[in-house]
Design a binder for this molecule. Structure first.
Ligand SMILES: Nc1ncnc2c1ncn2[C@@H]1O[C@H](COP(=O)(O)OP(=O)(O)OP(=O)(O)O)[C@@H](O)[C@H]1O
Ligand SMILES: [Mg+2]
Length: 158
């Protein structure tokens, strides 16, 4: 499933639609180059889940944690990680996590739970293209709900 997101507001709308249709527990990998819109999408999703106050990019902290319905949402950015083992050193209780949003997941290979949904963002004209791939039954069902909920006006393909 690929959507064209003509501007940042469209990325925000996709984040809100992901929030509105999210399963009780899910792991989302956000892939794409620097500036592709991964943090924009994560921030919109967290906002739509009711997170108030600043939503900082976890570029230096590796992880930012938020209380959401059902438990914690973790927003990770592994761009600056030296070794995937650093994730374990954070000493965090992954059992409490109901939503993982992971930027640069390829740098945490082996230390992350497998994704239910992979969102790949890349440049498309002055906007972005978002390709969403389910990689579990939970992700499959999520994509099904999302397809019904998210209907950007401009262009939908795939
Ligand atoms: N659909 C879109 N069209 C145009 N610009 C967008 C779109 N979505 C997000 N942007 C813009 O892209 C810029 C970079 O976004 P963002 O910081 O989310 O990227 P990122 O993928 O998280 O980068 P990094 O890898 O450095 O963390 C921001 O200025 C944001 O407003
Ligand atoms: Mg980012």
């Amino acid at each position: 499933m690929t959507w064209h997101l003509p501007d940042a507001a469209a990325t925000d709308a996709l984040g809100a639609a992901l929030a509105a249709t999210r399963p009780p527990r899910a792991v989302v990998h956000l892939v794409g180059d620097l500036g592709a819109g991964k943090s924009t999408l994560a921030r919109a999703l967290l906002r739509a889940l009711g997170v108030q106050g600043a939503i900082r990019s976890p570029t230096y902290t590796l992880v930012e944690r938020y209380a959401v319905d059902g438990g914690e949402a973790w927003h990770l950015d592994l761009y600056r990680i030296g070794d995937p083992g650093e994730i374990d050193y954070l000493g965090l209780d992954a059992d409490a996590v109901v939503l993982w949003l992971v930027e640069w997941p390829e740098r945490g290979a082996g230390a992350l739970p497998p994704p239910d949904l992979v969102v790949a963002l890349d440049l498309g004209g002055t906007g972005r293209n978002a390709a969403l791939t389910a990689s579990s039954p939970v992700g499959d069902e999520w994509l099904g709900r999302l397809t019904a909920a998210f209907t950007p006006e401009l262009f939908t393909a795939g």
